[in-house]
Ligand binder design. Sequence first.
Ligand code: GSY
Length: 169
Amino acid sequence: MSGAVTAYIGLGSNRGDREQNLRQAVRMLREAPGVTVRRVAPLYRTAPVGVTDQPEFLNTVVEVTTILSPRELLACLLTIEKLLGRTRGRRWGPRVIDLDLLLYGTESINAPDLVVPHPRLAERAFVVVPLAELAPGLTLPGGISAAALAAELRKKQFVERVKGSDWAE
Ligand code: GSY
């Protein structure tokens, strides 16, 4: 028994009732066997990255501890996406919900079906800014702290904390 691992999961939505979609996903993570939700960052309104002619996103990041393997955790995230009605349409297009495995302890995985740390993590203010709320001192790929990278990225990409969106549930 090697103990639980701390992992970070990025959540985003830009279709339907975005806040409700995120809250529902967090609720399902809380109920998932083998996963314990530790903390949830506030919600952020964020400009779409990649395909830019699509509605604004709401994003957050969840810190969990888990006894699941990385692939089991990934399968759990895909199940939640499916249950919430995610359909795979246009790549990088609008979505009801997106759950990305960002970090799994200090593990590096480079497989066709799973890359951890998430390959675009360090380019995305919509991930790094909420992540830095939970773990400012965490060292990210490139050797920079989450807080320092968040400060850099938010100069270039629009992210704005939604007032009153702390997770008291
Ligand atoms: O990879 C997550 C889906 N996604 C997002 C997102 O969640 N937020 C923002 N702001 N832009 C995005 N582009 C993609 S793809």
